[in-house]
Design a protein around this ligand. Sequence first.
Ligand SMILES: NC(=O)c1ccc[n+]([C@@H]2O[C@H](COP(=O)([O-])OP(=O)(O)OC[C@H]3O[C@@H](n4cnc5c(N)ncnc54)[C@H](OP(=O)(O)O)[C@@H]3O)[C@@H](O)[C@H]2O)c1
Length: 291
Amino acid sequence: MRPIAVTGALGQLGSELCRQIGADAVGLDLPHFNLTARRSVLDRLGEIRPRAVINTAAYTGVDQAQREPDRCRAINAGGVAHLADACRRIDAVLVQISTDYVFGGDAARRSPYRETDPPAPQGVYAATKLEGERSAAACRRHFVVRTCGLYGHPGPRSPGNFVETMLRLARERDHLRVVDDQLCTPSYVVHVAAAVRFLLSTDRYGTYHVVNTGETTWYRFAEAIFQIAGIRIALEPVTTAQYGLPAPRPAYSVLDTAKYHSLPGSLPMPPWRDALRKYLDARQDLGPANE
Ligand SMILES: NC(=O)c1ccc[n+]([C@@H]2O[C@H](COP(=O)([O-])OP(=O)(O)OC[C@H]3O[C@@H](n4cnc5c(N)ncnc54)[C@H](OP(=O)(O)O)[C@@H]3O)[C@@H](O)[C@H]2O)c1
């Protein structure tokens, strides 16, 4: 059977996909595989001839992207166009991982976004990820999977994630300010990867929202991290404006997963708090090397 190629294989979601897919996976990442190098993308995928390519590789520095729009666009949109071209040539399915940040223009919104809602990205990262979704559509058999606030076991080069950042900061400080006016659903890569694999087992191509269940703010998520981990620390809720990051963030980007769950055999997406507990338990089992 032809294998499954996973790009961004050293990242959070890519490494989890490779782990779950096992011997069938061919992991691809920098420096040997660069999405922006069109010829080598076509050649490498032409050699591997995977039955599917799952693209988790991206320029994910949301704030940094404001200063490097061309580089961000070359990876998040141009790189996906190269993959779509390669997949068309070798008749492979393309799975493009995208983001809740394609929404967010409507600060007053309080109902979860469906796949049919018009996107309104703010900021360079968000705009280029939407362009990437459109690039993926050049491959007829494609999925776009939008997810949110990923956390998973950080790889050797991983920039980390919100949970790891909170745990690190709690060791360095006795008081933390955390944003309390962005509503979304942070999601565990173990559950997102399983859902991606399920989608790939079907021929129900198209766009899907895949996140854990429920909604929270980063402040309430941080409260849950420290409560589950048994860490006492003073937490102060602040607004996005008070926090003052360079890139805009959606005030509300909760995703409706009904379309994914309407597929017979789709896997449940556990509530975000249960998912967080699973991550923290698994992290503890990995031992002190992970501290
Ligand atoms: N993290 C989140 O909160 C979040 C939320 C919603 C959606 N997403 C989307 O989910 C996907 C996976 O996110 P993640 O957190 O797993 O990302 P990640 O941990 O940052 O991993 C991305 C991987 O892609 C690699 N990469 C970057 N540029 C590349 C290029 N030009 N060619 C080949 N590989 C390249 C990175 O290498 P380097 O580390 O060397 O750059 C890294 O190994 C991304 O598409 C992201 O946009 C993420």
